[in-house]
Design a protein around this ligand. Sequence first.
Ligand SMILES: *[C@@H]1O[C@H](CO)[C@@H](O)[C@H](O)[C@H]1NC(C)=O
Ligand SMILES: *[C@@H]1O[C@H](CO)[C@@H](O)[C@H](O)[C@H]1NC(C)=O
Ligand SMILES: *[C@@H]1O[C@H](CO)[C@@H](O)[C@H](O)[C@H]1NC(C)=O
Ligand SMILES: *[C@@H]1O[C@H](CO)[C@@H](O)[C@H](O)[C@H]1NC(C)=O
Ligand SMILES: *[C@@H]1O[C@H](CO)[C@@H](O)[C@H](O)[C@H]1NC(C)=O
Ligand SMILES: *[C@@H]1O[C@H](CO)[C@@H](O)[C@H](O)[C@H]1NC(C)=O
Ligand SMILES: *[C@@H]1O[C@H](CO)[C@@H](O)[C@H](O)[C@H]1NC(C)=O
Ligand SMILES: *[C@@H]1O[C@H](CO)[C@@H](O)[C@H](O)[C@H]1NC(C)=O
Length: 596
Amino acid sequence: MFTALTVSFVLCGVAAATELWDRNLAYRSPFVGDVKLSHNTRSIQARNIQLAKRQITGASAAGFTDEHYPTFYGGDFSNSPFIWNGGVNFTHSVASGDPFDDSVLLWTRAAPVSTAPGPDQSVPICVAFKIFDNSELSGRPVDSGDAFTSYDVDFTLKVEAKNLKPDTKYWYQFADCTNTKTVSPVGLTRTISSPNTPANAVNGGKPLTLAVFSCSQYQNGYFNAYGFAAHNTTADLFLHLGDYIYESLGNGANIGRQTLGRELATIADYRLRLNQYRTDVSLVTAHQNAPWITVWVCVIHLRFADQSWKAGTADSNDTAVGCSFFRLEHASQTGSLLQRQAAHLGNFQIGKLLDLTMLDTRQYDRDITDLYYNTEAINEIASVNNRSLMGTAQENWFYDTLSSSKERGAIWRIVGQQIVFTQLNEFGEFDVDAWDGYRANRNRVLDHLYNNEISNTVILSGDSHANWVSDLAHPNDTIHYNMTSGDGAIGVEFAGTAVTSPSSFGSGIAPTAADVISQQLLALNTDLQWSEGSYRGFFTLTIDPNTVNATYFAMSNISNPNLDGFASASFIVKAGANKLTRPVAGGTVAAGVLKA
Ligand SMILES: *[C@@H]1O[C@H](CO)[C@@H](O)[C@H](O)[C@H]1NC(C)=O
Ligand SMILES: *[C@@H]1O[C@H](CO)[C@@H](O)[C@H](O)[C@H]1NC(C)=O
Ligand SMILES: *[C@@H]1O[C@H](CO)[C@@H](O)[C@H](O)[C@H]1NC(C)=O
Ligand SMILES: *[C@@H]1O[C@H](CO)[C@@H](O)[C@H](O)[C@H]1NC(C)=O
Ligand SMILES: *[C@@H]1O[C@H](CO)[C@@H](O)[C@H](O)[C@H]1NC(C)=O
Ligand SMILES: *[C@@H]1O[C@H](CO)[C@@H](O)[C@H](O)[C@H]1NC(C)=O
Ligand SMILES: *[C@@H]1O[C@H](CO)[C@@H](O)[C@H](O)[C@H]1NC(C)=O
Ligand SMILES: *[C@@H]1O[C@H](CO)[C@@H](O)[C@H](O)[C@H]1NC(C)=O
């Protein structure tokens, strides 16, 4: 653990203050140089020097410069008036994410303990991190360092742990630099395999498991799905496909989940809401136990809100919400910070086993969606040829990524994105906020897969608050595609229900009532093979060179914190088959309805 004396900071060499600021990537979130949200650490540093000078007088004030930060008063942070030494509280435990084969991002929040005596809270808080290859945190850390945080980023800290080995588990911990006895909980994370690792050697030769989530609304229930995945599955990576938090207020009083604040508009609102979400025990456990990969590049960029598109949301007529200025070419540049920025909307090459491609189908450069007052108009233009869900740049990048994945010999192409891809005829109505509102774009994706004979594509979706499992084929195509055998399909879609958000079949709908609706929808929709609308939950994908298995989990009761749940259905996709194995789900499911 953090037993080293503070004096070791001096022995390790003096880090300039600018490095200490810059090491905390939270200041540069979401992108370096982002004019709206990224912080200028030079200005923050200058501000702190000004503030420090006001607190001292005489000769030492004049001599106080940037480089003195860590060494002022002999490098002992514990009595420096320029570093917070009033105690910190790791209020939201720890988290990790965006793992590469040699690095991973580590996150925590180190809030000043307000009651403790100490300097003005405008001084930086110094946080140390260490990452080890063993759970006892013994021996030399594989990587370690110090970084500053401050109120500018709500005392959050995001550092990149480097020089890690591929496909390896790591344990990490943060500490208060001024009192290294104050430590965070220990987090568990891991790296992914290197791009050229043979498929059968990925994850040490064991199947790789992804746990897939969407739509976690605090006021509607406890996030038991996250805890279940952490405690009751062997998930290696957690994927979140959007709606990690909700901007609306809602009333969760009856289950003790009243949201604080108001409908989100300002950065302070978002911080309050995020911090409240991060009190959920299951959420905290899940972040502590495995790295997450999420689809929210643009989400944190400006505002994320209901039914968003590139220039607005249902609740606002903004003029510029999208972030298509963020250049996808960054993905090909070296330098892990740029890679990380691109990774949120990018590609993880996990050995030759798979490419995990994350899209932003919400805000990147999306043409106008259903904003409730314009539904009719959107229905009319849903098939217009030049209408794009992804934006031209992202569309082209996506097709190139699929082709390159095939060319490099990756067996599977797993695509994480927000909204349901397959056509869903809901009694003559279509959700035009999903891919059904961007039909030409969907056809272009399917054409790219068919025309280039790109096999083994599995699309993952969230957003709909219900479970849908489908073969991937052109909508209404009963000539090339056989819904009984699955022949003629070009892949599979696994769409998952919400962690807690209410069912699209009706809030709190009972399984029997939901099954009646599922039965009718299965009859109406050719490609749809399983439908389930009652349970809240998540699903896992277990991947090896021969099969992708999807197991859907249903949570028994989200009105209180618990780890009760069951596997509602399991599906097998065999490499090269491009369809669900028949009989679908082995012919039996524990919830929902299979196609007759
Ligand atoms: C630390 O933060 C947690 C979560 O907000 C809180 O429950 C706890 O009381 C705090 N501890 C101290 C010493 O402030
Ligand atoms: C946005 O504009 C539309 C069309 O003018 C209007 O109906 C809607 O109420 C506006 N929404 C907001 C939040 O201002
Ligand atoms: C798309 O096509 C429609 C109909 O042809 C046209 O009105 C519209 O301006 C086009 N939009 C763009 C962005 O090219
Ligand atoms: C598929 O058929 C349904 C029912 O006839 C129709 O409403 C829908 O528009 C068709 N979809 C496409 C993409 O043509
Ligand atoms: C579709 O597949 C089923 C099951 O293999 C088969 O019985 C049926 O003849 C096929 N239909 C067509 C039109 O080929
Ligand atoms: C998928 O399930 C089948 C049947 O239970 C099993 O034979 C296969 O090994 C599983 N594959 C993976 C990757 O777990
Ligand atoms: C779920 O839990 C709540 C309280 O925590 C309880 O009132 C309710 O009866 C439970 N529901 C079921 C179906 O067991
Ligand atoms: C999940 O794991 C927890 C903790 O190990 C255990 O208490 C619980 O019974 C498990 N749930 C199921 C459904 O097996």
